[in-house]
Write a protein that binds this ligand. Structure first.
Ligand code: PGA
Length: 253
């Protein structure tokens, strides 16, 4: 049985002080939560203060991106050891906004995944098709290429330390969610791909999260699907009450 993971992607929201307040509020609300992993991913600038805010709580910290090198002349970038010193355990990689707005390729995502694993960070690897690709019946082809690209050269022992987030691009920030059946079908496709690449033991360990307009109103029915092992939540993770409700809906799912 995989423990559900609910990760909040705060994107480019919250100043340091606002982030501290939201994290402190969540710590209060989630202090007794068991049986689900709650992860929050604030902007880089707020990682140290959010770390302080969630000390002695079950909430885990993640980042939204990183460079694959340990250090060097990469102006504006953040390295894996820097994330580790802020208490990060997870890092979101290959989010569709990074792919489309900042031209991240599968090769970049692969370098980052390998680096995250080397530094003992759990990568949350995002994949998902755009609307025109879904309408052209290319969902599986796109998702397969992204998964194969991200996992290139990895062995089963590395692959089992990853998390995948299936996020159909047309559902991100649009209020339009994939139906639980639509999402589950793609998750099953990804699981079978992992099974053929890495074997059953590894494939069954990998959490596959769904992302795209997850809210308290739809989280339970999504999380109840057999192949959905959690959620990557954008907008609704910026509100403590909504995020709390989504996390609580994951208990026993
Ligand atoms: P959303 O974002 O929940 O606001 O749709 C999800 C994501 O981009 O990870």
């Amino acid at each position: 049985m995989r423990t559900q993971i609910i990760a909040g992607n705060w994107k480019m929201h919250k100043t340091e002080e606002e982030a501290f307040q939201l994290a402190s509020d969540l710590k209060q609300r989630l202090k007794d939560v068991k049986g689900v992993k709650a992860v929050i991913c604030p902007p880089f600038t707020s990682l140290p203060s959010v770390k302080r805010a969630i000390e002695n709580s079950p909430i885990l910290l993640g980042a939204q991106n990183m460079h694959w090198e340990e250090k060097g002349a990469y102006t504006g970038e953040i390295s894996p050891p820097m994330l580790l010193t802020t208490g990060c355990k997870y890092v979101i990689l290959g989010h569709s906004e990074r792919r489309s707005l900042f031209f991240e390729t599968d090769e970049f995502v692969n370098l980052k995944v390998k680096s995250a694993l080397k530094f003992n960070l759990f990568p949350i690897i995002c994949v998902g098709e755009k609307l025109d690709q879904r309408e052209a019946n290319k969902t599986e082809e796109i998702v397969e290429n992204q998964v194969r690209g991200a996992f290139k050269d990895l062995g089963a022992q590395e692959a089992e330390r990853t998390v995948i987030a299936y996020e159909p691009v047309w559902a991100i920030g649009t209020g339009r969610t994939a139906t639980p059946q639509q999402a589950n079908k793609v998750h099953l496709f990804i699981r079978e791909l992992l099974l053929s690449e890495f074997g059953k033991e590894c494939a069954e360990k990998i959490n596959i999260l769904y992302g795209g307009s997850v809210k308290p109103e739809n989280s339970k029915e999504l999380l109840d699907m057999p192949e959905i092992d959690g959620a990557l939540v954008g907008g609704a993770s910026l509100d403590a009450e909504s995020f709390e409700k989504i996390i609580k809906s994951a208990i026993n799912s």
